[in-house]
Design a binder for this molecule. Structure first.
Ligand code: C2E
Ligand code: CA
Ligand code: CA
Length: 709
């Protein structure tokens, strides 16, 4: 095995190209994908190798340009297998050029070509063995079983008679099994039995000898030392002149090393030596599996292409050994940051990939990409130096960005290049739509930050009236924001973004502070138990939040008993940590809690009763069809009577018509709010409405304006 040289295992699938040719102009003719291009200058001098993958990425560039990547040193034609495998592993290249003494290019070797050659070798060895047996047969026939034939060969030979007694063994037999000639002769081959094979194995062997006169296969035997080892055994029947069995001749070779090498090669073929991550080949397999799975289940997944920034500089200035350590650490960090079910692989060099199964929301993918970027960029202490590495990530998604593995990978790679262009240390989606969606969110979040700091948010006030008299007894405040161009951005857009970016805490505090400040102005009006309601996101509920609210109330001297916090049914029922404590503390101070959007979640009234809540808000969706859908009417009726039975007040939101208001009144609903009474209005308009006569819908100009606002 070890006598194989580089020149014996040259890769047959390489294409000779000129430095000024372009992939674009020559691609499309071949069907092989594992191709490599040997690039030659105009005067026929070999310049370097370019992998097809690399060339295909930049089909419009000339091959000379693609050689910018560091070229591995060439191999001499007589480099041995060990060296070849070691270099392919260590230098993380797919192939190495082979150059002879005169500097002539004679081919390239790759893992694949080594494999192929080994396979062919095995075949040749087998044929040789068969020849040997025929030869032996002749010798035996001529009664000239000369020691020379036996001992010249490296294969072990054992001849037995029809009673299965060993007649002859050669020197290689002794070398392999440890048994001397004297020890072996006269015994049966049981001497070597390992115990690893069952009865059926030997039976099948005997049957083959009877029927075909030969048997060949892998067999585990035991040496004199007790070691068990695998051998490749070829047994032939040697008949006499009449055709009856006269001898059995077994020729075998110890394949221990062979097997170890095969296992090593197999691991080398699928795993990266340096990081032990799956390599490109295994990754492509997994990618195909992911595609098959997604196709079957109709799910989506995404592929992240990660490239370390300026890794080449590190490698060049601090050395390869240093670079290797960085890659090992990067691989570890990557593995730590993703889930068990995600595949992390190293394609080569400083290129890694991650497969995220079952991901469809761009936000989720973005979150993982951010996590990876953060993990990779944490300072790295190596040999007394502190290094800062960064990476760029490109994302492609199945099925949107490609139907097969190769195009998904290429598109992720293209996206990664764009990420590098746009400033490194960032990620980029391949699909433009997804990028713009994400960018828009990013823009909004930045602008919101700015708006909050510059006090550009304001509150709209929607009156809440008592039924049936229409007296304004409170208001819900709703956040309002216009972008720099003056276009209103609805809270349904910016609140979720604020929740994602953590800005919601600041917005919540701002809303309460602003509510309190304005609320103090309302004391002069005839509304002593006027309540002001503010919306609260569950993400605002932090351990110290209740204290912050109480502080704001105390600072402004706004009476806590006039504040109401609206939390959606879903927010309350998910039982976020600290929610109960939060509600209790506020409740003790006199703050009331109302359940927003009631009826859209899946909690039940009995559960809600366990929480300190005071009021239910029947969701708009039930109010909307109240007049036309008897179902909704029944639900509203049930909610109202059950709430009353539990001592809770009920308010209907989204009341748009007189008819809806009349039905709700009839059903015994306590309060209502909605466009029928007034839209959310600026604070001054609210004051005006209260001044006019405090009853809605009112026929004063302010009242009419408030309905149309
Ligand atoms: P919400 O709490 O369910 O607020 C009621 C929404 O219904 C408001 O939309 C309001 O303008 C609208 N509305 C009121 N009456 C009617 C009506 O008769 N018909 C119809 N079709 N709609 C009506 P808005 O102002 O766009 O707010 C949307 C959501 O944004 C709110 O839903 C609330 O969840 C959230 N939000 C608004 N301001 C804040 C805030 O300061 N903090 C938090 N955490 N969330 C807020
Ligand atoms: Ca609300
Ligand atoms: Ca609501």
């Amino acid at each position: 095995m070890s006598d194989l040289r580089a020149k014996d295992c040259l890769c047959v699938r390489y294409t000779r190209v000129d430095a000024f040719q372009r992939y674009r102009d020559i691609a499309g003719d071949g069907t092989d994908s594992a191709k490599v291009f040997a690039v030659f200058s105009e005067d026929g001098v070999f310049m370097g190798l370019v992998e097809e993958r690399q060339a295909a990425l930049f089909p419009g560039r000339i091959f000379a340009d693609l050689l910018i990547r560091r070229q591995p040193a060439p191999l001499p034609p007589d480099a041995d297998l060990e060296t070849i495998l070691q270099r392919l592993g260590e230098e993380r290249v797919d192939s190495l050029p082979v150059i002879d003494e005169d500097g002539r290019f004679i081919g390239a070797v790759s893992m694949l070509s080594v494999f192929t050659t080994l396979g062919m070798r095995e075949q040749a060895l087998r044929e040789e063995r068969e020849k040997l047996i025929t030869q032996l047969q002749c010798e035996l026939e001529n009664r000239q079983v000369a020691a020379s034939v036996f001992d010249a060969t490296s294969e072990g030979i054992m001849v037995t008679d029809t009673n299965n007694h060993i007649l002859l063994v050669n020197r290689a037999f002794t070398r392999t099994t440890g048994f001397s000639e004297q020890e072996a002769i006269g015994k049966t081959p049981e001497l070597l039995k390992s115990g690893r094979h069952g009865h059926e194995f030997y039976q099948a062997m005997r049957r083959a000898l009877e029927e075909k006169g030969a048997w060949e296969g892998e067999i585990w035997n035991r040496r004199k030392s007790g070691d068990i080892y695998p051998e490749w055994l070829h047994i032939n029947v040697i008949p006499d002149e009449s055709g009856k069995v006269r001898y059995y001749a077994g020729v075998f070779s110890d394949i221990t090393q062979h097997q170890e090498l095969r296992a090593k090669l197999l691991h080398l073929a699928y795993y990266d030596v340096l990081t032990d991550l799956p390599n490109r080949q295994l990754f492509m397999d997994r990618l195909e599996q992911a595609i098959a799975h997604a196709r079957r289940s109709g799910s989506e997944f995404s592929l992240l292409f990660i490239d370390l920034d300026r890794f080449k500089d590190i490698n060049d200035t601090l050395g390869h050994r240093f670079g290797d350590q960085i890659l090992v650490h990067a691989a570890k960090r990557l593995k730590n940051v993703v889930r068990e079910s995600d595949t992390v692989a190293r394609l080569g060099g400083d290129e890694f990939t991650v497969l995220l199964p079952d991901t469809s929301r761009p936000e989720d993918i973005a979150e993982t990409a951010e996590k990876i970027l953060a993990a990779l960029s944490a300072p790295l202490a190596l040999e007394g130096k502190t290094l800062f590495i960064a990476a760029s990530i490109g994302v492609s998604r199945y099925p949107g960005d490609g139907a097969d593995g190769e195009s998904l990978l290429m598109n992720a790679d293209a996206a990664m290049y764009r990420a590098k262009e746009s400033g490194r240390g960032v990620f980029h989606f391949y699909s433009a739509a997804m990028n713009s969606q994400l960018n828009r969110r990013l823009e909004i979040s930045n602008a919101l930050h700015h708006a909050l700091a510059a006090d550009q948010l304001w509150l709209a006030w929607q009156p809440q009236v008592s039924l049936p008299d229409g007296r304004i007894i409170g208001a819900e405040v709703l956040a309002r924001w216009e972008d720099p161009g003056g276009t209103p951005i609805p809270p349904s857009v910016f609140i979720p973004i604020a929740e994602e970016t953590g800005l919601i805490g600041a917005i919540g505090e701002w809303a309460i502070r602003s509510l309190c400040r304005h609320g103090m102005e309302l004391t002069c009006h005839a509304c002593s138990n006027f309540r002001l309601a503010v919306n609260f996101s569950p993400l605002q509920v932090k351990p110290s939040m209740h204290q912050a609210i109480l502080d704001i109330l105390a600072e402004s001297s706004f009476d806590p008993r006039r504040l109401e916090v609206e939390l959606t049914e879903t927010a309350l029922s998910t039982g976020r940590d600290g929610m109960l404590k939060f509600l209790m503390t506020l409740g003790e101070a006199g703050v009331e809690v109302s359940v927003d959007d009631f009826g859209t979640g899946c909690s039940n009234l009995a559960n809600l009763k366990l929480l300190p809540v005071h009021k239910l808000k029947i969701d708009q969706s039930f109010v909307c069809d109240l007049a036309t859908d008897p179902n909704d009417r029944q639900i509203a009726a049930a909610v109202i009577s059950m709430a009353h039975a539990l001592g809770l007040k009920v308010i209907a939101e989204g009341v748009e018509t007189a008819e809806q208001a009349a039905i709700l009144t009839e059903l015994g609903c306590d309060m209502a709010q909605g466009y029928y009474f007034s839209r959310p209005v600026p604070f001054d308009t609210l004051k005006q409405l209260l001044n006019d006569n405090g009853v809605l819908p009112s026929d004063t100009p302010t009242g009419r304006a408030a309905r149309l606002a």
